[in-house]
Design a protein around this ligand. Structure first.
Ligand code: FAD
Length: 307
């Protein structure tokens, strides 16, 4: 029951003001967000890369409603690409972005976000790495897939996330399972209506398995983004059964979630990429992490009470 309430709160400006203004929130946010500034996130990336992990950095931002803000979102990604080039990590450190951080929600924003995404993909390519488009709520799915297809014409390594809770995603996976396509499969983090999304966890998991089978059997590069132990094991078993090499797919997990498992898989020779969010606009991201696991909310409230 708590999950939907927290996801609704994630969209409330009033609650956003309350939560972000509280000094009690910061230490808990730090579990999931690498820092507010780029140098802090780069330090985290370097530490994880030193431990054999790959990373994808996300300058946090979403639901941007002004042109200047969209431009700032784009420029933050360009600065990130430039900084990643200097790390020399190549494709071991890539970028993730949400189209709504680049202006999708503005009037005429679809074209603006696509233009900004192209600039970011160019910068990622120049930095020897790639961009992956995060997937947002279902109103953005078609646009995100369309922008991804257009970006791939010039930057084939551009990736995209797809969400197994959406009824359409199995079909999308069939279309996306093309040579070289980098597809990040996730369960989905937004609150979606039954008309477009499975509501039961078991149905979302079953859809994940169907999508995983399609991606693993295809000629693309699946990015299995889950912390779910059963799905992680299944992905490994499927890859082995299909003769997929260890460097022909990867696992992805979020910064701060199951770090022991991230290290365990990497030590066992698997490719593991950690999604590292940073920036000041952490509220929506943070609330989605709370919604996924009520125990996180208890942890948050306990830390607040003891300060
Ligand atoms: P769950 O069944 O939710 O969790 C399995 C287990 O993982 C839990 O039992 C628990 O042990 C652990 N766990 C999961 N979540 C948490 C948490 N918040 N705190 C502590 N432990 C936890 N969603 C999108 O909609 N769009 C995206 O573009 C997107 N990108 C993502 C990128 C990456 C790299 C990852 C890992 C996730 C991304 N997500 C995205 C989020 C995803 O949709 C899920 O909401 C999230 O991963 C939780 O689902 P799960 O697959 O881990 O399974």
């Amino acid at each position: 029951m708590l999950g939907p309430v927290l996801l609704a709160a994630a969209r409330s400006d009033g609650i956003r003001r309350l939560v972000t203004a509280s000094p009690l929130t910061r230490p808990v946010v730090g579990r999931f967000v690498a820092g507010e500034r780029l140098p802090e996130s780069l330090a985290v990336a370097a530490r994880l890369a030193g431990g054999g992990l790959r990373v994808t950095l996300d300058h946090l931002g979403e639901n941007v409603t002004g042109r200047a803000e969209a431009l700032r979102g784009r420029d933050a990604c360009l600065a990130l690409a430039e900084a990643l080039a200097a790390t020399g990590l190549g494709e071991r450190a890539e970028l993730s972005v949400k189209l709504s951080a680049l202006g999708r929600a503005l009037p005429g924003g679809e074209d603006l976000a696509a233009e900004h995404a192209l600039r970011v993909a160019e910068a990622a390519g120049a930095a020897g790495t790639a961009l992956t488009l995060d997937m947002e709520d279902h109103t953005a799915t078609a646009l995100t897939l369309d922008v991804h297809a257009r970006l791939r014409e010039r930057f084939p390594a551009t990736g995209v996330a797809v969400q197994s809770y959406l009824r359409r995603t199995e079909e999308d996976c069939l279309a996306l399972a093309a040579a070289g396509a980098r597809v990040r499969l996730v369960k989905g983090a937004y609150r979606e209506p039954p008309a477009v999304a499975f509501q039961e966890r078991a149905a979302v998991d079953r859809s994940f398995v169907r999508c995983l089978r399609i991606l693993m059997a295809g000629p693309g590069y699946p990015m299995v983004a889950t912390h779910d132990p059963r799905l992680i094991a299944l992905a490994g078993a499927l890859a082995a059964r299909l003769g997929r090499a260890e460097d022909a797919y990867e696992y992805q997990m979020l910064y701060g979630i199951r770090p022991d498992e991230q290290r365990r898989l990497a030590a066992a020779g698997r490719r593991v990429r950690v999604y590292i969010p940073y920036g000041t606009d952490w509220y929506g991201y943070f609330m989605r992490r709370l919604a996924e696991r009520p125990a996180n909310l208890a942890f948050f409230l306990r830390s607040a009470a003891t300060r």
